[in-house]
Design a protein around this ligand. Structure first.
Ligand code: NAD
Length: 478
């Protein structure tokens, strides 16, 4: 792979019209240069949309089986490249090599789900004969789709959007996050290898603030599938609404884990560590608030602190590392500021904080307790390895506190009581509810999407993963 990553437009590799590049830094080594990526301009986005628009008609008329064959080849190439790609993801994102392998595996699992689903989805047909009229519903691809993704799951999120878009006959212009251009360019290479026709998939790197408007407001772009912060999602939604451009927005979270008095505490602590500190707390579904029944708060906290003590924070490529750095300087500064604010507002720091290891952007697994509902740490998404522990009286109070959030992405409860578990499932205001399982668990057959300010539009995966990318036409033949 060259030290300069290029854009992939109309089946070819090219530099940005700007002639400018930006540095892709390894977050485990401050100031390092992994490679440089194109600092693209609106002109480059225009070229990519033009290519995708031209490719749309032939691609949308390609038989489903042929589209499936290309995507199957892409998934084979992805499986073959698992180790190489996991290393790239780990190097530019900072997640551990094991977590990066897990990301590739998740993309393969979801990709195979969509590959199978399309046969059923495209084949659904129930024409009705009513008197002299025969009627049916016909599926049509939308056209050019803008895919905008975050850096935390740089290849998995783009696959979860791009593969259903392509399988349903659309063409794509993809803008990756600026922290993770390498895995994006690598994925473009896999599409090329799989023999995807020119223009069907295009990748343009650069700043969202520079490229976003062009992509969202372009008359040939029919839909935007975005994953990222609620703040940027709101901006996209406002712009897209003016032109009735369809949107699918997967946004921020502040997921709560409830631990009741009868819970298996060891299992609850393991789930907290997994979903609180996995990928350095940078899952959208990360557990960030823990609501503890008063009876077990002390015992749970002691076990959690012992687990934090045993965690090894450091080089993400070292197999012994349990947590790598956070993704970059912006993340590091934001998390550091949130930790300082939590202390200033009276939350009690029980473990962690900013690491002394200044080689990379390291934050230790961090635990605050004594957190109350008036504190910023209870409400604001930190997107880092920072847990806010609060004590609650009972399930009533736990549910009130858990639902006291603008976000509603994921959640979990640990209890042995079926009635409590089922009441939580009924009353939690979130797109995902987990009983005795950590808040990040998901499978591709079920929808992946948030409630409230955590999401908008049809969820990814599940039954709607393909639906977002089609129009339906009612046909009547007399
Ligand atoms: P972000 O919103 O800063 O950026 C996401 C993408 O949007 C990037 O590619 C960025 O370049 C682009 N962007 C920025 N400004 C833009 C603009 N004005 N117009 C168009 N695009 C623009 O988010 P991030 O920091 O990359 O990712 C972290 C956030 O993503 C967290 O809030 C996290 O919860 C969320 N997230 C959500 C999910 C989910 O499925 N709900 C999954 C992963 C991450």
């Amino acid at each position: 792979m060259s030290d300069i990553l290029q854009n992939y437009i109309n089946g070819g590799w090219c530099d940005s019209a700007s002639g400018q590049t930006f540095v892709n830094e390894n977050p485990a080594r401050r100031g390092s240069v992994l490679n440089r990526a194109q600092a693209s301009t609106a002109e480059d986005v225009e070229a990519a949309i033009g290519a995708a628009a031209t490719a749309f008609k032939p691609w949308s008329r390609t038989p489903v089986s042929e589209r499936q064959a290309v995507v199957a080849r892409f998934l084979d190439a992805l499986a073959t490249a698992r180790e190489e790609l996991a290393r790239i993801v780990s190097l530019e994102n900072g997640k551990t090599i094991g977590e990066a392998r897990g990301e590739v595996d998740s993309a393969l699992l979801e990709g195979r789900h969509h590959l199978q689903q399309i046969s059923v989805f495209a084949g659904e047909s129930a024409p009705r004969a009513e008197g002299s009229i025969t009627a049916w519903e016909q599926l049509h691809a939308l056209g050019v789709i803008g895919v905008i993704s975050p850096w935390n799951y740089p290849m998995n999120v783009m696959c979860r959007k791009t593969l259903p878009a392509l399988l349903t006959g659309n063409t794509v212009v993809f803008k990756p996050a600026s922290f993770t251009p390498w895995s994006a360019v690598f994925m473009a290479g896999l599409f090329e290898k799989a023999g995807l026709p020119a223009g069907v998939f295009n990748c343009v790197s650069g700043l969202g603030s520079t490229l976003g408007n062009k992509l969202i407001k372009h008359p040939r772009v029919r839909a935007i599938s975005f994953t990222g912060s609620t703040e940027v999602g709101r901006k996209i939604q406002l712009l897209a609404a003016e032109d009735f451009t369809r949107t699918q927005l997967e946004l921020g979270g502040k997921s709560a884990l409830i631990v009741l008095a009868d819970a298996d505490l060891d299992a609850a602590v393991e789930a907290t560590v997994k979903a609180g500190f996995g990928c350095s707390g940078q899952w959208c579904t990360s557990t960030s608030r823990v609501l503890l029944a008063a009876e077990i708060a002390e015992a749970y906290t002691a076990k959690l602190l012992a687990r934090c003590q045993a965690m090894k924070v450091g080089d993400p490529l070292d197999a012994a590392t349990s947590m790598g750095p956070v993704a970059g300087p912006t993340q590091f500064d934001g998390i550091s500021a949130a930790i300082a604010k939590a202390k200033a507002q009276g939350a009690r720091l029980r473990f962690g904080g900013v690491s002394d290891n200044a080689e990379g952007y390291y934050i230790l697994p961090t635990v605050f307790d004594g957190v109350t509902r008036d504190m910023a740490i209870f409400h604001e998404e930190i997107f880092g390895p920072v847990l806010a522990l609060s004590t609650v009286r009972d399930l009533d109070e736990a549910l009130t506190w858990a639902n006291d959030a603008l976000y509603g992405l994921s959640s979990a409860i640990f209890t042995k009581d079926l009635a409590s578990a089922m009441r939580y499932v009924r009353e939690i205001e979130a797109g995902m509810a987990h009983v005795n399982i950590h808040s990040g668990f998901k499978t591709p057959e079920l929808p992946f999407g948030g409630w409230k300010e955590s999401g908008f539009g049809l969820p990814e995966n599940g039954k709607t993963g393909l639906e977002f990318f089609v129009e339906r036409k009612a046909v009547y033949v007399g």
